[in-house]
Design a protein around this ligand. Sequence first.
Ligand code: IDP
Ligand code: MG
Length: 136
Amino acid sequence: MSSIEQTLSIIKPDAVERNLSEEIKEIFKKNNFKIIKEKKIKIEKNEAEKFYQVHQSKPFYNDLCSYLSSGPIVVMVLERENAVSENRKIMGATDPKNAEEGTLRKKYGISIDKNSVHGSDSSENAKIEINFFFKD
Ligand code: IDP
Ligand code: MG
């Protein structure tokens, strides 16, 4: 079964800094995603801490939050059939070393922390994450 769904995507500071945003957006569009909302922002560390709250007990939490707030990011609402799982497929594994050929993290990721993109991991979290960045 398939259904139209939305997911949250973030182009992380390492990719924005290398001017990869347009190239990454084109890859989403080629893969039948519609970019419904989009903004380039810089967030404060306390906002990153809130966004990554689920990881607060992890040893990398502090570095992760410092990193996400270290420079501009591009936040997008992406829409297509099965957007959450299709986006995760295009992104590839968390660690670029383990990401499949052709995935965004394989192509652009530098390391497990500087892995270029974020994508929601479930439909439920997608709603929460979209609301986090785009409440209106
Ligand atoms: P995901 O981004 O593939 O969903 P998560 O496990 O949700 O991966 O982790 C969130 C982010 O935290 C990752 O994208 C990555 O940047 C960072 N991260 C995950 N595991 C590690 C680690 O072992 N060391 C450093 N950073 C990590
Ligand atoms: Mg995750």
